[in-house]
Ligand binder design. Structure first.
Ligand SMILES: CC(C)(COP(=O)(O)OP(=O)(O)OC[C@H]1O[C@@H](n2cnc3c(N)ncnc32)[C@H](O)[C@@H]1OP(=O)(O)O)[C@@H](O)C(=O)NCCC(=O)NCCS
Length: 197
């Protein structure tokens, strides 16, 4: 199978994210287009969506999985990002290298387990390498078992664990992957990437 991937520019991409997040029951607070634009504007970023035909109407192609990442710098001024860097400082090297933060993403329930997220991740890694990033960092929760299993399969390493005293499923898990040519050599998905405005 060849995965069809669309890489969006900021404005259209932000609207597409707002739209696809409506399909994710597990996200309590969905991102708005405004929030996405504010976060990604003026920093290196990538908005990817995988598209697939609807099973009962194959002539209609819809977004089924997405992945959004952005540069994370050693000196961030936005409070959420400054806090994230502070938490990661002892585990991730920011000095003189580019770090990509894998911010949000997922696959719509009916399309899970068919390699869409792997294809997006491999495309993200290829882009990261081409754009001079040395490492991809991602944060998840202990209790997001599907995501943890997936990141395990995609060879992300745990770099930090932040326990939640009340509910261990709420504990934060930080993972990372160093990006080198050997990582790209292990890619398996066949992908066709289209760039949209
Ligand atoms: C996690 C998620 C993105 C996986 O998407 P997907 O498109 O089904 O993933 P893929 O089919 O590309 O699978 C990628 C790899 O992970 C493995 N994997 C995926 N889901 C898995 C699961 N539930 N259990 C075990 N392994 C799993 C696959 O076997 C595959 O490994 P392989 O390529 O070596 O065979 C999807 O389940 C999802 O959107 N979950 C909800 C989102 C979420 O929990 N977000 C938390 C915020 S951090």
């Amino acid at each position: 199978m060849e995965y069809q991937i669309r890489q969006y520019g900021l404005q259209q991409g932000a609207l597409e994210i707002e739209y696809i997040e409506e399909y994710f029951g597990e996200f309590p607070r969905k991102k708005t287009a405004t929030e996405v634009m504010r976060r990604l504007d003026e920093r290196d970023h990538q908005i990817l969506m995988a598209e697939a035909p609807l099973p009962d109407d194959p002539s209609t192609v819809v977004p089924v999985a997405y992945k959004v990442s952005h540069e994370l710098r050693m000196r961030e001024t936005e409070p959420k990002l400054a806090d994230l860097v502070e938490r990661l400082r002892a585990s991730v090297e920011f000095d003189d290298r580019k770090v990509l933060y894998s911010w949000i993403g997922g696959t719509r329930r009916d399309w899970r387990g068919r390699g869409f997220f792997r294809a997006l991740t491999e495309e993200q890694e290829a882009w990261a390498h081409d754009n001079g990033f040395s490492e991809i960092v991602v944060k998840t929760k202990n209790g997001f078992y599907d995501m943890r299993s997936t990141l395990d399969q995609l060879e992300f390493n745990v770099v930090k664990f932040e326990p939640d005293a009340e509910d261990n499923r709420e504990s934060k898990v930080y993972l990372s992957k160093q990006i080198g040519l050997e990582v790209l050599d292990r890619h398996r998905s066949r992908r066709q990437v289209v760039r949209s405005a």
